[in-house]
Design a protein around this ligand. Sequence first.
Ligand code: IZC
Ligand code: ZN
Length: 421
Amino acid sequence: MDLLLTNIGTLATPIGTTAQKGDAQGEISIISNATIGVKDGKIVYISSCDVTNEDYPGDLVNLPIALDDTTRVIDCGGKLVTPGLVDSHTHLIFGGWRQKELGLKLAGVPYLDILKSGGGILNTVKHTRTANEAELAEKGEKLLDEMLRLGVTTCEAKSGYGLSTEEELKQLRVIKELNEKQPVDLVPTFMGAHAVPNEYANNRSEYIELIINEMLPAVAKEKLAEFCDIFCESSVFTPEESLRILTEAKKYGMTPKMHADEINPIGGAEMAAQVGAISAEHLIQASDEGIRAMAEKNVTAILLPATSFYLDKPYARARDMINENVAVAVATDFNPGSSPGLNIQLAMNIACLKYKMTPAEVLTAVTLNGAAAINRADVCGSIEVGKQADILIWDACDLDYIFYRFGSNLVDTVIKNGKIV
Ligand code: IZC
Ligand code: ZN
C-alpha cells in the first residue's frame, strides 16, 4: 500500500457511479473512525474500523492489508474526509479581466446589455485573441493551482472566447496542455456558440454555418473536446439554433450541454431534454415543464449559485428539481464576467443557504453528480474501492461545519491520484 489514512473522524461520501437524484442525493455514507488505503493512485481499502492501537500509539491493528516499508501513514487527527471536489462548469481559459465593467454593473446596466454593446463576452474575446498559448497556459495554471488548494481535483473547462476556428482551437489546445502538465484533471468542452463575434454581427446565420462546417470538424479532428455547449439565451442563441448545432456536434461524438434559461425563460431546459444533453446549466428561469422534461430524460442540472449572487439574480429552484427527481450538481461558473470567483467552497455555502440544500445534498452535487455531468462518475466523485484516490482532509470535524463556516479555505490536505499535492 502506498498511503494509509488513519484516524478519520468522519468519512462523508456519496456512493455510486451514476448521478444521485431525489432523496438519494442526500443519502450519503457517513462513517466514523474510518481508514482508507491507497495503492497506485487508486482507493484499495476502506474500513469503518479504527486501526489505531490505544495501548501502543504508533502501532496499527485490524489491518487486512499488509503495509510495506514505503507505506506513508497519515494520521487524520479525527478530521473530516470527503472526495475531491468536481467543478463541472468553468470558463477557465481567457485573456484579460473585466473589472472595468464593474461600474456599469453597479449602475444597473444588465449583463446582456453590456454584451449587446460589444462588451461582456466580446470584451474577453478581444483579450483572448491577443494572448498567445503560452500566456493563456500560464494564467490557467495559476488559477488551477488556486482551485486545487480549495479542493478541486477535477474541473470542466469550456472554450468560447475565440469564436473563430483557429482561436477556438487555441483555447482547447491550452486546456489539453494544462491537463497533461498539472494535477487537476481537466475535461474539455467546445463552446464556439458562446456569442456571435463582431465580424458576424450582421450575418449570424453565417457564423452558425462556420461552427457547423468548420469548427466542429476541426475540433473533432484534433480530439480536443468531449462536450459541446451553447449559450441558449435571448439575443444570443435560440433553442432552435441550439438544437441544430448540438445535433451536428453529436455526429462528431461530442455530447451536448446547454447554458439554459439563465436570464430569460426561453425553453432552454425543454430543449436540453429534447436534444439529449447530459446537463443543462444555470436554469434560474427553468419552467415546471422544463424541469419535468429534464427528469424524464435524465438531464443533470448544473446549478451555479455564485452567478446568482454576483449578478444579483434569483436562485435556481434546486428543491423543486430534487423533488422532481432531477440530479443536481453545483459548480462555480468561474469566468471573467458573471462569476469572477473560483472558490467552489463559497458556491457550496451559497447552495446550502440559498437553495436550501442540505450539506449532504450539496456534497453529492460537488462530487458524484458533478462527475456524472462530465462523464467521470466511474472514476471519481466518491470514495470507494476502485476509484481514483482524489481525497480531501478538511480542517473540520464534521460535514455541517464546512457549510456553517464561510469565507475561509477549510481544506487542509489535497490528495490527487494518491499523491499529496
Ligand atoms: O464571460 O460572461 N454567461 N457566459 C454565459 C458567461 C456568462 C461568461 C462570460
Ligand atoms: Zn457558463
